[in-house]
Design a binder for this molecule. Structure first.
Ligand code: NAD
Length: 262
């Protein structure tokens, strides 16, 4: 029948999370075998069960992407198990505290940079070493509009996502000679659910001039800042990732695609 990712293997990080799982399911339905990576064994086993229903080979790997050696070992195990990694969705991430810079906790800054920048770097480097040998690869990093616009009270997260945009642009140039394309997606406000509620509550608690101290008001303020006047649904992300991994985007690399309602 010829689904677009038949015969391909996709490595998805943060596969136990909202965006990772939704995207893994989409890639599986388009034929890709899946190597699911996450730090949470519970979320991983749920994700594995959900993806296995698609009938493609699925394996789960409990791995902390901030651990360089664990990442290298996991990538080796995946290559041995599947034979190759064709597609990488480098997506695991963490948000940290919402506070203005003069109150920002160093622990949160460090944790966020470790996961979002070092983690993405370790995975990108380990997988691209493998892809360079095969002269084939399609990589999508999850950045954020926070790494484009620089929202208040999110200095760790925003800075880390500016870093992911940088990793994307630079890796795309380094890897272009090897038939490896590297792009990013930048979701903005996604909801409903935990991430949305948390963001709204923490922006309210931050108590700055940019948002109301009432979470319901913050939700309205955020929505009013979006031209399409709504938050995005998680289901509006996987198709963009699939597009960036497919030949439909064959002349695109180093691009950061906003998924932001305008
Ligand atoms: P999520 O919290 O549901 O998923 C993140 C996943 O990453 C979790 O399953 C978590 O266990 C995993 N993870 C965290 N630290 C890890 C580590 N050290 N090693 C391996 N796995 C680790 O959140 P999500 O919304 O699915 O986020 C996915 C990506 O999208 C993140 O990079 C996030 O920054 C980005 N993003 C999300 C939104 C949003 O509103 N949901 C907006 C913009 C960008």
């Amino acid at each position: 029948d010829g689904r677009k990712f038949d015969g391909k293997t996709a490595l998805v990080t943060g596969a136990g999370g909202n965006i990772g799982l939704a995207t893994a399911l989409r890639l599986a339905n388009e034929g890709a075998a899946l190597a699911l990576v996450d730090i949470s064994p519970e979320k991983l086993s749920q994700a594995k069960a959900a993806c296995s229903a698609s009938g493609v080979p699925v394996e789960a790997y409990d791995c902390d992407i901030t651990d360089r050696d664990a990442v290298a070992a996991t990538v080796d195990r995946i290559v041995s198990a599947f034979g190759a990694i064709d597609l990488l969705f480098n997506n695991a991430g963490f948000q940290g505290a919402f506070k203005p810079i003069h109150e920002y906790p160093e622990e949160d800054f460090e944790a966020v940079i470790r996961i979002n920048v070092f983690g993405a770097f370790h995975m990108l480097r380990a997988v691209s070493r493998h892809m360079v040998k095969r002269r084939f690869g399609r990589i999508v990093n999850t950045a954020s509009m926070a790494g484009v616009q620089g929202p208040p009270n999110m200095v760790a997260y925003g800075t880390s996502k500016f870093g992911v945009v940088g990793l994307t642009q630079i890796a795309s140039k380094d890897l272009a000679p090897y038939n490896i394309r590297v792009n990013a997606i930048s979701p903005a406000f996604m909801g409903p659910g935990y991430m949305w509620d948390r963001q709204v509550e923490l922006q309210a608690e931050a108590g700055t001039q940019y948002f109301s101290s009432n979470p319901e008001e913050v939700a309205k303020q955020m929505i009013e800042s979006v031209p399409m006047r709504r938050y995005g649904d998680i289901s509006e992300i996987p198709g963009v990732v699939s597009f960036l991994m497919s030949d439909d985007s064959s002349y695109m690399t180093g691009v950061n695609v906003p998924i932001s309602g305008g």
